[in-house]
Design a protein around this ligand. Sequence first.
Ligand code: ASP
Length: 357
Amino acid sequence: MTYSKIRINPISPEPANGSVLVIYTGGTLGMIYERKENQLVPFDFQQIIERVPEISRLDFEITFLSLPEPIDSSNMNPEIWIELAEIIETNYHEFDSFVILHGTDTMAYTASALSYLFENLNKPVILTGAQLPIGVARSDARENVITALELAAAKNGLGHPMISEVCIYFNSQLLRGNRSKKKESSDFNAFHSENYPPLATAGVRIEYNLPYVKPFDADSEFIVHKTLNTQVAFLKMFPGITPRVVEAVFGINDLKGVVLETYGSGNATTDIWFLSAISKAIERGLIIFNVSQCDGGRVTQGQYQTSKFLEQAGVISGSDITAEAAITKLMYVFAKETDKTKCIEMLGTPLRGEMSI
Ligand code: ASP
């Protein structure tokens, strides 16, 4: 597959202070308003300097690469996640860091999926996007892109990257990717991470929250995983849910795992039919991962009678994981492991800082 690439050389006479590969996947950010047609059209990255002239003042080298067909992120899928992982693998040694321009709708899923696909990542991979297209006067795109680039290029006194994990940068906050969630469809502060503090905050200066940042580890070998298993589903509890709905989901042919979205600290109805559906599904080999519908707090199975039976039946607690990180974790774990006991062990263990134990 061929991609169109453009390189922007810093105008500073000093040698470039690092290199960033920017991968454009689509989304609102990359749209401009076309007067003639009176519509938003995808932005041609050849014109990036025209739209974001500040880029040429950054003292590092930037290369832009666009997916052959930029997409609205609602069309994102595991094949494209693997394509993105392969692009980063191919370019891992050539560039110091990576910025992915992505639609906001599924950005938290992509960030979570990539976090699992990259084992021992030691360079920044920062996703960003915008609520308003880059061609609109009040757009948040410029600030998001410029600061994401600065964060990607930032190094400490030892010359190591300040950040060496998959993150989302949006509206002044750098968040761990697999802890993030889109919470707003209209305000500029589109993302939050309820159960893990921001890794950095960009004000007049960029303040890093170092105790929460994954440490750089020069000795670990970077491994890119290239398979995901989509034999997974969500089942969201609601008062009034019927046996037909639950049985329809649990009865899906070849299904390996379900993210059960429960109430509060991991609770669900104790109606006999539901207890029996859960027990039978687990006996048949289905793995059920308990994730709370609340953004903040965590699943504590056994705290209430309404979650004790889940624990006893063998449902796995997702602790404080997000639904986005949970479904992508199932995809990753089932692709990597066929042994059920090992899958259960991996699901209950933080693999990339996506959950607290
Ligand atoms: N629908 C768009 C997308 O996710 C929204 C955005 O970019 O903010 O691609």
